[in-house]
Design a binder for this molecule. Structure first.
Ligand SMILES: *[C@@H]1O[C@H](CO)[C@@H](O)[C@H](O)[C@H]1NC(C)=O
Ligand SMILES: *[C@@H]1O[C@H](CO)[C@@H](O)[C@H](O)[C@H]1NC(C)=O
Ligand SMILES: *[C@@H]1O[C@H](CO)[C@@H](O)[C@H](O)[C@H]1NC(C)=O
Length: 356
């Protein structure tokens, strides 16, 4: 008798989930013309998940709407995160992508991972994806400062003063212990949009006053990769793309040292096939992913993620098209060939609109 009730409850649950899913589908396939300008723009975003589910995945705004309808939005949410991890497991097993998905857990990788011992958290740094904010969260958790607002901007990246040790600073046994037992996460975003962001931040605006990008790294790239020798302008996105897509890029990487963290692949930074991460956050859905990560890490009652300015996490295809305009297909294909592992592992759609 008891079993029958359970079965009945399970059936109702399945029907309920199906109704929720079909709601998403109808929302997603609505005629884009009926959307306002902003929503129409949202329609152009790359879906973070590949495959069939990509079409059915709701936009962040819609997730919030359904969250009100559901008694507990967490019922559906964790599925997204489990699918991300499963996708990584599958892509890691793909022999054809082996060179693009695997890397050694070297000192370079261990340097990227920050440790919060107090709450058993490891955070792998992926620049240009809201890392400063996550570092601030962990600095507060480690107790060096009482609140995020009180951390001076210059201390966030000063690892002598911020009380946020790198995993590489521990002994081998201590590293293994933490990798095995701690909550581990990092954040990704569309790989090409990330490169545009890195290019703008380091070579165009350079807000943190790091003159070596424009005065040493840029001339190094131009010397080797500028196609038009009579062109005297400063570094262009095209030069940067040709450098990154060159199979022999390592030759220059070695000269640039750790500055390459701003443009090497997520694979090279965080070793997602070697280290079993607990959650992968997506910049495009950060409004949902940040609270989820805090909750899963068991720290949501202690800190909250700083307010995310509206619109900044949305994938902007117009911007991507604009930056790649005039760059040869061959160079873009070589760039994609290098970043294919990142696209596949994290479920970002291949940017066919640039490649064909
Ligand atoms: C992977 O890398 C190895 C060593 O660098 C190379 O010999 C091999 O051809 C590469 N495989 C693919 C599929 O690119
Ligand atoms: C090379 O750059 C110069 C200077 O900007 C420009 O005048 C010339 O047209 C360019 N040549 C080609 C082939 O693009
Ligand atoms: C997308 O990028 C373009 C070009 O950089 C910009 O003009 C536009 O405002 C951006 N759209 C949004 C919604 O941010």
């Amino acid at each position: 008798m008891h079993h029958q009730w359970l079965l009945l409850a399970a059936c109702f649950w399945v029907i309920f989930m199906f109704m929720v899913a079909s709601k998403f589908i109808t929302l997603t396939f609505k005629d884009p013309d009926v959307y306002s300008a902003k929503q129409e723009f949202l329609f152009l975003t790359t879906m973070p998940e590949v495959g069939k589910l990509a079409e059915e995945k709701p936009f962040p705004e819609e997730l919030k709407v359904t969250g009100k309808v559901l008694p507990d939005s967490r019922l559906v949410q964790p599925l997204v995160y489990m699918e991300r991890l499963e996708l990584i497991r599958n892509v890691c097993r793909d022999e054809a992508l082996k060179n693009l998905s695997h890397t050694a857990v070297s000192k370079f990788v261990l340097d990227r991972i920050f440790v919060c011992d107090k709450h058993k958290i490891l955070f792998c740094q992926t620049p240009k994806v809201g890392n400063t904010q996550w570092k601030k969260v962990l600095i507060v958790l480690n107790g060096a400062f009482p609140s995020i607002e009180e951390i001076p901007e210059n201390v966030v990246h000063d690892h002598e003063k911020n009380g946020l040790p790198r995993l590489s600073s521990f002994s081998n046994a201590e590293i293994q212990k933490r990798l095995k037992t701690y909550f581990k996460f990092f954040i990704v975003r569309d790989p090409f949009e990330r490169l545009i962001s890195a290019f703008k931040d380091k070579f165009v605006h350079n807000p943190r006053f790091e003159p070596w990008y424009r005065h040493e790294i840029a001339p190094g790239i131009i010397r080797k990769y500028r196609r038009n020798r009579t062109e005297t302008r400063g570094i262009q996105f095209e030069d940067f793309v040709r450098y990154l897509g060159d199979p022999n890029h390592r030759w220059l990487d070695l000269q640039f040292g750790d500055h390459i963290i701003h443009w090497v692949t997520y694979v090279e930074l965080c070793a997602p096939c070697e280290i079993k991460y607990s959650v992968i956050g997506h910049h495009e859905t950060l409004e949902d992913d940040a609270p989820y990560i805090l909750k899963e890490a068991g720290i949501d009652h202690l800190v909250s993620y700083p307010t995310i300015p509206p619109g900044i996490t949305v994938y902007n295809r117009t911007k991507v098209e604009h930056y790649f305009l005039g760059i040869s297909k061959r160079d873009i294909r070589r760039l994609y060939a290098r970043f294919e592992g990142d696209f596949k592992l994290f479920g970002y759609q291949k940017p066919d609109f640039l490649l064909n």
